[in-house]
Design a protein around this ligand. Sequence first.
Ligand code: SF4
Length: 174
Amino acid sequence: MYNPKILEGINPTIVKQYSYCPVIPWIQVKLNIYEPLTDSMKIAVENTNPPSGRGQVYVRGSRGSAIIDEIIEDEGGRVIVEKKAYRSHNYSRYVEQAVSTYLIAKSIIPGIRRIKLVVGNRDNVIDINEDLAADVERILDLIEKSLNSDKPPSTSPNPKKCGSCWYRRYCPHY
Ligand code: SF4
């Protein structure tokens, strides 16, 4: 089962959490506190298991590590498949997460040309392009910088987000 604690360095889940609130990865890494998997998270993990006969791929590069649900050989190159059980109101976080998987994996798995994001029963194929990769690269740089600092990243507490945030009891801003 996926556990962010066993992954080293930056991983796509940290990217998704950073996009939600930059303080969460800082609390996880600096205070070593992680939200336990809820029942719906466990179901999501189960629902995104690859079909039998295919295995997930764990990659570890200089920037961090990631678990890739599946890699497909396609015309013109390889395709990373990223599976999500549920649609999100913030789809861009899924895209950032998928592109960060690509950035972590690209030095180990050459020839990746596309990402297939499977959300529920819908597929969206994302062509890798320099602008998209550079945007996510900037996010990785910001995460690295914040995780190397003893001071939590600044943010403006948001009553809606903070009210439902499991980490608020440990949050230096709340
Ligand atoms: S309580 Fe608010 S500011 Fe603190 S980690 Fe949660 S969402 Fe971020």
